[in-house]
Design a protein around this ligand. Structure first.
Ligand code: DGJ
Length: 747
């Protein structure tokens, strides 16, 4: 049983494997929040968990009841204007200027399965038994509108999803200017907040701060979830670490401008909410129309961040990502971007592809610069036809030659953009997002197409699908290299202009849906100038994404570590690139670059025709090695062991589901002379099994010894001088940026 109901008291107890979530209909018909946390036994009456602080000065809804004040009650989807002075979850303007609503309990429904969200990405069930859904319907008589709160519990996946829908059944328009996906009031504020923040080439670094009175928030106003803030927030107790303590994860399945907010009130309770960013958002809801919020995925762990991440990894890999590639090992790719940038010919690409094939690479990806007259980033976006100067045989001819070599072929697009210097812009200047008579700002010398317009989406669908149909294409990289400014649409009425950013992302989702449905055999990889839109929304359409334009192995330690807080390795694009690295000029060994990149969807992004035989031999062996372990890396359980945000060392490992095999990566950023004792404690192994441990040295596995699972977990493995760099004499090159891989096999 995963949802209990007490009809008389109108209490609902949602359970997952390890968590409980309890709500109750309050005296005024709104929803009260009783509990969210570690699973507790069900009982008939949980009203003792409802906190009402009696304060005489508060605004009360009922004249005869001076205690019932919304300000002092924990709520689950709080309204505006009736005495709760914290921020509401929704705010609806009416034709008469009022913003006061009175949605109160109407009915509820519980059923197996989970409904789809119209036009929005969301988690799903494969069979109805996997989830149970509770719908609580609230009704406002005056507005004649319904507000439906959706709670789905995936018992075994240990997750709860939330979403809200409003249906206008009245005769007047409603204007939603705040419509969050969920809101929850926690009893206290003795928490810390963890966010994944950064910027271009430095995405998803971890930040942890204490709650304080007032509002703390993260948001994007960029029309994309952004490099700067990921639509994710965790709250944890002060003592929580990777393996101990309570943590709650809140992740929004949305790729547009969002807000995630924590409000600590005067009684030190905390209100957490997430949803479409209300800033510059207003949605006109006409009669008989409905509006649905994006979905939020809630996870509770009583054993630290690692467990929370593992829950998200499995759930997102299996019940958010979709399609043929969801469960399929992804091809090892080579991408020509950092090898050639815009400067390539068909001959050059074929030379690279031939070498790639010899080394065991499986997919060749042709990046930016193959279309229109694109020799640099100043032209041609929108002109999705081949640049004959570079590709005399077109994409069709090139793709056929690459497939003949025994490789798959993939192609880059940036569908949502338009260059001033393009045939498309000359023909349809109004297709760019802009405000009439105002200057149009460029970003990377390009403008953003108005994806809210059907004719724009149809044009993109037709031109892109034409190429996909006529050539031998197995993979598409869908890039998006600037954020949206000068927000205005030629097509939308003036009272709908503030709908544009949400309509934009719905348009992107629609185009993704059409293309992925029409081409189910193509693997899509999302990208946005690296990880500028790496979020759960994208994962629904593209099971993998390019997580950052920074390919430096050392920078990647933080980026991959931070990304792994929510996202599975199967979703993380990670490539070995050339040295000196193009973003930071750092020189790291091929060993370290490989040891970092293979914890993800592995690939290369360098000019292999320029490598010497010795380097190529290394790559060949690395690829063979990866092929032996990629199933494990793709589907195993990921553990973070040492954090790059806390020390000079990073370590992580992946353990197979049956615990019989594991791979561990250990990285030392700076050389540390004479460091004393070092050991590493393993996680996720079977205490009762005996393991052989191998270290990978010079592309070969060398056996270190045999150890019991319990000693590896409780004591660990001493890192001998042989394994890491401790003495200067051993070192012939730069002593920094060292790394090692360990393989464990149960006997
Ligand atoms: C940004 C991407 O992140 C890069 O990998 C590359 O595709 C460039 N765009 C091409 O313009």
């Amino acid at each position: 049983m995963s949802i209990y109901v007490n009809e008389e008291l109108k209490e609902f107890h949602l359970q997952t494997k390890n968590s409980s979530y309890i709500v109750k209909i309050l005296k005024n018909g709104e929803v009260g929040q009783l509990y969210y946390g570690k699973k507790i036994k069900h009982k008939q009456d949980f009203s003792n968990l409802l906190k009402i602080v009696p304060t005489p000065a508060s605004v009360c809804e009922f004249e005869e009841d001076p205690i019932f004040s919304l300000e002092n009650i924990k709520q689950d989807y709080p309204s505006y204007g009736k005495g709760d002075f914290r921020q509401p979850a929704y705010h609806i303007e009416q034709e008469n200027g009022s913003r006061i609503t009175e949605f109160s309990f109407h009915s509820f429904k519980i059923y197996s399965g989970k409904p789809k969200l119209l036009g929005l990405p969301a988690t799903y069930v494969e069979n109805e038994d996997e989830a149970k859904t509770l719908e609580i319907k609230l009704f406002d008589k005056l507005l004649n509108a319904e507000l439906i709160l959706y709670y789905s519990t995936f018992y075994d996946y240990d997750t709860i999803t939330r979403s809200v829908k409003i249906i206008n059944k009245g005769i007047e328009n409603l204007y939603l200017d705040r419509f969050m996906s969920f809101s929850i009031d926690m009893f206290d504020s003795d928490y810390e907040m963890v966010q994944l923040s950064g910027t271009w080439a430095r995405e998803r670094h971890m930040y942890r701060t204490s709650f304080r009175p007032g509002i703390q928030s993260i948001e994007s106003t960029r029309g994309a979830s952004s490099h700067h803030q990921n639509p994710f927030l965790a709250i944890c107790r002060k003592n929580t670490d990777e393996f101990n303590g309570e943590v709650y994860g809140f992740s929004l399945v949305y790729s547009g401008s969002f807000l995630a907010q924590i409000e600590v009130d005067h009684y030190k309770t905390s209100r957490i909410m997430m949803g479409i960013n209300p800033f510059d958002f207003k949605w006109k809801l006409e009669k008989n129309k409905e509006f649905q919020s994006p979905e939020a995925v809630l996870v509770y762990s009583d054993s630290g961040f690692n467990k929370m991440s593992q829950i998200y990894h499995k759930f997102y890999r299996e019940r958010l990502a979709r399609g043929k590639y969801r469960d399929k090992i992804r091809p090892i790719l080579i991408n020509n971007w950092e090898a050639t940038y815009f400067n390539f010919t068909e001959e050059k690409i074929l030379d690279m592809a031939k070498e790639a094939k010899k080394l065991g690479i499986e997919l060749f990806v042709l990046d930016d610069g193959w279309f229109g007259k694109r020799d640099n980033d100043r032209s041609s976006l929108g002109d999705w036809f081949e640049y004959e100067k570079k590709l005399p045989n077109g994409i069709k001819g090139l793709s056929e030659k690459i497939v003949e070599l025994g490789l798959q072929f993939g192609l880059w697009f940036e569908p949502e953009m338009i260059s001033r210097d393009s045939e498309l812009f000359r023909k349809h200047p109004d297709w760019a997002i802009q405000v009439e008579n105002r200057k149009l700002a460029t970003g990377r010398n390009q403008f953003v197409l108005d994806m809210s317009r059907k004719e724009v989406r149809d044009y993109l669908y037709e031109t892109i699908s034409e190429i996909l149909k006529n050539s031998k294409i197995s993979y598409v990289k869908w890039d998006m290299n600037r954020n949206i400014s000068n927000i205005g649409s030629y097509k939308l009425d003036k009272d709908r202009q503030q709908e544009l950013l949400h309509r934009y992302i719905l348009g992107v989702y629609e185009l993704y849906d059409r293309l992925t449905t029409e081409f189910p055999d193509i693997l899509f990889e999302s990208c946005a100038g690296g990880g500028g839109r790496f979020d759960p929304g994208m994962l629904y359409y593209a099971p993998q994404g390019w997580i950052s334009d920074d390919t430096d192995a050392i920078e990647r330690l933080k980026i991959q570590y931070g990304t792994s807080i929510v996202y599975p390795l199967s979703s993380m694009g990670s490539h070995v690139s050339a040295v000196p690295n193009h973003q930071v000029r750092r020189v790291t060994s091929i060993e370290t670059r490989t040891n970092v990149a293979l914890f993800g969807t592995f690939g290369y992004e360098l000019d292999i025709t320029k490598m010497n035989e010795q380097e190529k031999d290394i790559i060949k062996k690395d690829i063979e090695f990866f092929k032996n372990y990629r199933e494990l890396i793709f589907k195993g359980d990921f553990y973070r062991l040492l954090s790059p945000f806390e020390s000079n060392e990073t370590s992580w490992m992946v353990v197979s589901n049956d615990k019989k095999e594991a791979i561990l990566g250990y990285y030392q950023v700076l050389f540390e002379p004479n460091p004393g004792f070092k050991k590493i404690r393993f996680c996720g192994l079977d205490e009762n099994l005996e393991y052989e441990i191998y270290i990978r040295k010079n592309q070969e596995l060398e056996k270190i010894g045999e150890y019991n699972g319990d000693e590896l977990i409780n004591f660990g493995l001493i890192l001998e001088q042989d394994y890491i760099r401790v003495f200067l004499e051993e070192i012939t090159e730069n002593g920094d940026y060292n790394s090692k891989l360990f393989i464990l096999k149960a006997k």
